[in-house]
Design a binder for this molecule. Structure first.
Ligand SMILES: [Zn+2]
Length: 477
């Protein structure tokens, strides 16, 4: 049976969700809705979760003075609510602290890699950035600091378990070159290939209980060590669909058809993760799509600069549907994009208030004035070929451009027809065409703006049609 299994990245839940999370989750939701139309709702599975066994969570909890587990409970719920607010229905939200449905799978993967001879113990000295939850070589630091966090990493000296990543260098290169593991966009694929070709080094996949502050999944057979957070969290993609506790469920959905991730964590997803799966003899995800970062006013968002754009603040002013629209339309899918409240307001006014909102209001008003009655409309064509290829290529912005061109064409047609100057009979013929066209376009629209599409269908449900008292997208003052 045909299926589509996709995942977002698994967020650390050390802070509340930011606008970059919103971008990723909305992109995932569009893909989910598209494949639901294509394959049927029951054949699509969308997973997210909480990466909880991370030191940065412990540190964040310590700052608040709340007990770590309670802190994780609260923040995981904040994320769960965020998906709901954005209009996203997850099939599963798997938490890293789930000892019943996550830990068995983590230890199982460890065992499989160990049986294949790819896990060994060695004494190690390294530079660790807690913000990144990874070790750095001094050559990769920027003036001695982590290039992402601009903080000096900690010096760690420990005996840890290592994973033989070096053994998989050639296999990984072949998989990626041949697109068996497809990396989108191509500039990220090239980035990963050049990283692999520089030579892969084995990496540490455990830490002492002391350094892990007691949290995390125990290393099988060694009570003194916990499994490294990436080895644990990446596995959420499998444990969310039954790995380690429900073989049938896992076989139904694995391998993932798509991982959606930010560009900062593609190494973990395109190098470490497939290598772990190769070692365990499990099938690999088919594709990784990586989006860029969001800047504000051309700069990285930071509290110091005071340019942080909070998704909830925007949604309060403009609505969640407008937030979905802006992120899909104005943030280029393969690159970094910029957001400011001014830009947001401009797009809102042009495309939503004066564009789609005005068109809907105008046609509904005409129906009302001309006493138009909708006879059952022709069943709309359930396929949307022109945007299918856009969506399968992650070109959300171009898909919306095409859809808005169709709305614009209809608007222009009404201006030429001038139905308000026509006799009632002629006007009704014209209105029937407009209403059917709008209803037809609600199908692709529902993939991007589900609530808006539902409201439009409600307005034009018939038989009598009248203009709503509040337009879909009220104009800004
Ligand atoms: Zn860092």
């Amino acid at each position: 049976m045909s299926k589509f299994y996709l995942t977002t990245a698994i967020p650390y839940v050390n802070a509340k969700p930011h606008i970059g999370h919103a971008l990723e989750y909305i992109q995932a939701d569009v893909i989910r809705r598209y494949y639901q139309e294509k394959l049927g709702k029951e054949n699509v599975f969308l997973v997210s979760g909480a990466d909880e066994n991370a030191l940065k969570n412990v540190q964040a909890a310590e700052k608040t003075g709340i007990d770590i587990q309670e802190f994780l409970d609260i923040n995981s719920n904040v994320f769960k609510k965020f998906y709901q607010d954005l209009g996203i229905e997850l099939s599963e939200f798997r938490r890293g602290t789930d000892q019943k449905k996550h830990w068995p799978g983590v230890q199982k993967l460890w065992d499989l890699c160990q049986k294949n001879g790819d896990i060994y113990k060695k004494f190690y000295k390294g530079l660790y950035c807690v913000g990144c939850e990874q070790f750095y070589l001094s050559k990769d630091l920027k003036e001695g600091k982590c290039p992402n966090h601009l903080k000096e990493p900690e010096e760690i000296e420990e005996e840890n378990y290592f994973f033989k990543l070096s053994k998989y260098q050639d296999a990984l290169e072949k998989l990626i070159v041949s697109d068996k593991l497809k990396i989108i966009p191509v500039q990220r694929k090239n980035e990963i290939l050049s990283f692999i070709r520089q030579g892969l080094e084995d990496f540490s996949i455990s830490r002492s209980n002391v350094r892990a502050k007691g949290i995390g999944v125990p290393v099988p057979g060694d009570e003194t060590q916990k499994i490294y957070v990436w080895f644990d969290a990446l596995n959420i993609y499998m444990t969310a669909v039954g790995f380690g506790y429900d073989q049938k469920l896992w076989e139904r959905w694995w391998p993932a058809d798509l991982h959606i991730v930010g560009k900062d964590i593609i190494r973990f997803h395109c190098v470490y993760w497939p290598a772990m799966l190769l070692s365990a003899g499990l099938s690999l995800p088919k594709a990784v799509f990586s989006h860029g970062f969001i800047t504000s006013g051309g700069q990285k968002m930071s509290k110091t600069l005071g340019n942080v754009i909070d998704p909830y603040e925007l949604a309060e002013k403009f609505g969640f549907e407008a937030l979905r629209y802006f992120l899909l339309k104005e943030i280029p899918p393969f690159d970094d994009g910029d957001i400011t409240e001014e830009k947001f307001a401009k797009t809102y006014q042009a495309d939503l208030a004066n564009g789609l909102g005005n068109l809907v209001q105008r046609v509904a008003k005409l129906c009302e004035l001309k006493h138009f009655v909708l006879s059952p409309p022709n069943p709309s064509d359930p396929s949307f070929p022109s945007i299918s290829s856009r969506l399968e290529n992650f070109e959300f912005n171009l898909a919306l451009e095409e859809l808005w061109k169709d709305f614009g064409d209809l608007d222009a047609k009404i201006n030429i027809d001038k139905p308000w100057e026509k006799s009632d009979k002629e006007a009704k013929n014209a209105l029937k065409i407009y209403v059917e066209e709008i209803l037809k376009l609600t199908l692709p629209l529902s993939i991007f703006l589900p609530q808006t599409a539902a409201r439009i269908r409600q307005i034009f449900k018939g038989p009598k049609i009248s203009a709503p008292s509040t337009p879909l997208f009220p104009r800004l003052p």
